[in-house]
Design a protein around this ligand. Structure first.
Ligand code: GSH
Length: 141
């Protein structure tokens, strides 16, 4: 059964691989599973056909027969469960690896994204200096 993932037709980073489909491609490459990539435009991502695969109109998505998934964490976890080689067999070691999957998505990624936004996307705004000097306190959010 051919696995099909979606990716940007025109990547905002000019094809440097910084979009989140990289995580899914990487996992599939690690487990040695072949896959096809369907490239979607920003317009197509917000149309019903794509929204049926991804309720937020984003990439990547993952299709495997009747199964359609979105969210890179869920997709990578599915790949890790279905194909060997990404997660340890020992139950405790597996739980620790899954802990790091959640940490990457919930604790590591958000402040990195915020920094990138504050520095590069909004670095020229008048509030940028003040925002960058603030220490993030995740319990207050
Ligand atoms: N939490 C989601 C984030 C998905 C996401 O933000 N995708 C971006 C590309 S990396 C996207 O499709 N952006 C276009 C948009 O939101 O309209 C995941 O990990 O899959």
């Amino acid at each position: 059964m051919t696995i099909v993932i979606t990716a940007f037709e025109r990547s905002p980073d000019g094809g440097q691989g910084l979009a989140r489909d990289t995580r899914v491609r990487w996992a599939l490459e690690e487990v040695g599973q072949p896959y096809d990539v369907r490239l979607v435009s920003f317009r197509a991502m917000k149309q019903p056909a794509h929204l049926r695969l991804h309720p937020f109109g984003q990439i990547p998505t993952y299709e495997e027969g009747d199964l359609a998934l979105f969210e890179t964490g869920a997709i990578v976890f599915h790949i890790a469960n279905r194909y060997g080689g990404l997660l340890p067999a020992d139950a405790n070691a597996r739980a620790r690896a899954i802990t790091w999957m959640f940490a990457a998505l919930n604790t590591v990624e958000p402040p990195i994204l915020e920094l990138v936004t504050a520095k590069f996307a909004e670095g020229d705004k008048p509030w940028a200096g003040e925002r960058l000097s603030r220490r993030p306190d995740f319990c207050l959010r």
